[in-house]
Design a protein around this ligand. Structure first.
Ligand code: UT7
Length: 322
């Protein structure tokens, strides 16, 4: 049997940091409101000429270095993003060129904040099917380009960043269980309408912005994630206390705490980066994973539960043996 294993990780954050206090100078908000409701204290914001491909490249180079590989060693590139540099070509094809890869399959995957988890399940399937040995998976987003900076309901919640993993074929399992879902009946609760596929786009000069019914998304996220983690552990035949770390999507510290509480996990077993990075959408889980590894918290052999919830709604997770 062939399995897939994470053999290298990396992340990249743009150099500019924006604090809650800085946002409160132009928005009717406060550090007190943002930090108490979300846990966010600051976020990194890309430069005007910095795209998701630029962020992805830096994260990918670090993940390849950690795996001891070069771009030419890769068999497949998947980039999870909702903010690609272009409608086409994909971020993945651009990244392939920048990393000096051979002609190999490369494609973007769009499942909003759950994109990295969707990518992980896809990469795992490619490797287990025997069609690839080494896969680069990047989650990257530049939400600062699609935020309405006058809307306090959304502008304070997001940051920019990229996280990457390299997966390699392995005789022992690295992904112990995985589950992904979508429920399109909730499409309009969290969206960036663009209408590029309709004639309306030709007439409208409207900028696409994130629109969210925050409290409704919050409620559904907490409940879906509770069911999800229970299902993931049952599939992996593990009890919560057998997990070393929860590596959750970093949208809101209160959602993360609710999931940890459902699992009865102490907060020392939760990788939390939401305070420093805010919600980086598809980058959030691989970014937190790499931070946990580079801080020395996550060690080889540890069992991790990765999960995410986002627009669609989409949600999903994997139990990983690192
Ligand atoms: O990654 C994709 C998934 N996304 C998420 O998981 C986000 C889920 N949602 C959330 O994290 C939370 O719902 C929010 C952080 C967005 C909002 O927190 P909340 O506790 O649900 O607040 P709320 O939406 O019920 O709003 C409470 C009040 C409102 O004022 P009124 O109507 O009670 O007078 C808002 O207008 O807080 C107000 N408010 C703000 N006040 C100061 C909303 N945003 C702000 C703000 N500063 N930035």
């Amino acid at each position: 049997m062939i399995f897939s294993k994470i053999i290298g990780t990396g992340h990249y954050l743009p150099s500019r940091m924006v604090s809650n206090e800085e946002l409160s100078r132009t928005l009717d908000t406060s550090d007190e409101w943002i930090s108490s409701r979300t846990g966010i204290r600051q976020r990194h914001i890309a430069a005007a000429d910095e795209s998701s491909v630029d962020l992805a490249q830096r994260a990918a180079e670090r993940a390849l270095a950690a795996a001891g590989l070069q771009g030419s060693d890769l068999d497949l590139i998947i980039v999870a993003t909702s903010t690609p540099e272009h409608i086409f070509p994909s971020d993945a094809s651009q990244l392939q060129q920048r990393l000096g890869c051979r002609p190999i399959p490369a494609f973007d995957m769009q499942a909003a904040c759950s994109g990295f988890i969707y990518g992980l399940v896809t990469a795992d399937n490619f490797i287990r099917a025997g069609s690839c040995q080494r896969v680069l998976l990047v989650g990257c987003d530049v939400f600062s380009h699609i935020l309405n900076w006058q809307d306090r309901n959304t502008a304070v919640l997001f940051g920019d960043g990229a996280g990457a993993v390299v997966l390699g074929a392995s005789p022992t399992p690295g992904i112990l269980s995985s589950v992904i879902y979508s429920d399109g009946q909730y499409c309009n609760l969290l969206q960036v309408p663009l209408n590029v596929g309709t004639a309306e786009n030709q007439r409208s000069q409207r900028q696409p912005y994130v629109e969210m019914s925050g409290s409704e998304v919050f409620r559904r996220a907490v409940s879906a994630l509770a069911d999800l983690v229970t299902e993931l552990l049952a599939k992996a035949e593990l009890r919560p206390e057998q997990l070393d770390f929860l590596v959750p999507h970093q949208a809101n510290a209160r959602i993360i705490t609710a999931t940890a509480k459902h699992l009865n996990l102490p907060l020392e077993k939760v990788i939390m980066t939401v305070a420093e990075h805010a919600n980086t959408s598809a980058a959030s889980v691989p970014l937190a994973l790499d931070v946990g590894i580079r801080r020395g918290q996550i060690q080889p052999g540890h069992r991790l539960l990765l999960e995410a919830f986002g627009a669609g709604f989409t949600w999903g997770g994997c139990v990983v043996q690192y």
